[in-house]
Design a protein around this ligand. Structure first.
Ligand code: ADP
Ligand code: MG
Length: 240
């Protein structure tokens, strides 16, 4: 579904991504782990075209989305991205937050968009929050709404960047439960996380990034159980 082919990214003379190669198959959950500053967010931002790559290419369903002639809006329609901070529109109700993009971008009618939003809210236990403003919700609920909002665009691929990092520990669980449900429903995802036990549990493939290099990747049993590189072992020792 997604091919990242030799991607380089440089910020002010500093190489942040150094030739990343990665394949993501349909329904696969790929996790990116690595120290802060290793390039995980930058890689997700390159996939969503929030950053331009300096070399290499990214193919989504066979289409080179790093080609300058590509229609950025058309690509973003196919990708759902959720960040650490919730980024809900504070002046809009939950329902309006969720229906905005389907109505504006996909030109779905108001009634149909709201129907779909209610369906998603029901599915994720948020039905009674539809008319609330974001500041009435807990951090965990806000993040679940942010995920629902991304899902409302029916993305091919979800990109989740440390979606639990800003949450109190007791709220992390409910957000991880949503991600688990998405995996069970077959959603293709690339996520970055500091929740190592969750990562181990949910990932089909785990990638260890070290200073812009994808040093090691494999199924979680291998990466966590028998890491090959000294740097991977060192990182895992520091977080486990
Ligand atoms: P991670 O998500 O793994 O913590 P990031 O992708 O956020 O890492 O950052 C990788 C490196 O790129 C860091 O050294 C960071 O300071 C740098 N970086 C990220 N975004 C920018 C930017 N817009 N301008 C300059 N440097 C950046
Ligand atoms: Mg990051």
């Amino acid at each position: 579904m997604l091919t990242i082919d030799g991607v380089w990214k440089t910020f002010q003379g500093h190489d942040v991504l150094k030739g990343i190669d990665l394949e993501v198959r349909p329904h696969e959950v790929v996790s990116l782990i690595g120290a802060s500053g290793s390039g995980k967010s930058t890689l997700l931002r390159c996939v969503n075209l929030l950053e331009t790559v300096d070399d290499g290419a990214i193919l989504l369903d066979g289409e080179d989305i790093t080609d300058p002639r590509v229609n950025v809006d058309d690509v973003r329609k196919r990708l759902g991205i959720v960040f650490q901070s919730f980024n809900l529109f504070p002046h809009m109700t939950v329902l309006d937050n969720i229906t905005l993009a389907p109505r504006r971008v996909l030109k779905v009618g108001k009634e149909r968009a709201e129907e779909q939003a209610h369906e998603l809210l029901r599915r994720f236990g948020l039905e009674n929050k539809a008319r609330d403003y974001p500041d009435r919700l807990s951090g965990g609920q806000q993040q679940r709404v942010a995920i629902v909002r991304a899902l409302a665009m029916q993305p091919r691929l979800m990109l989740l960047d440390e979606v639990t990092s800003a949450l109190d520990p007791q709220l992390v669980v409910e957000v991880l439960a949503i991600i688990r449900e998405l995996k069970d429903a077959g959603m293709t995802m690339i996520l970055t996380t500091h929740e190592m036990s969750f990562c181990r549990d949910i990932s089909d493939t785990v990638c260890f990034l070290d200073d812009g290099v994808l040093l090691e990747k494999g199924p979680p049993e291998q990466l966590f159980g028998a890491p090959e590189h000294a740097r991977t072992k060192e990182f895992l020792r520091s977080v486990l």
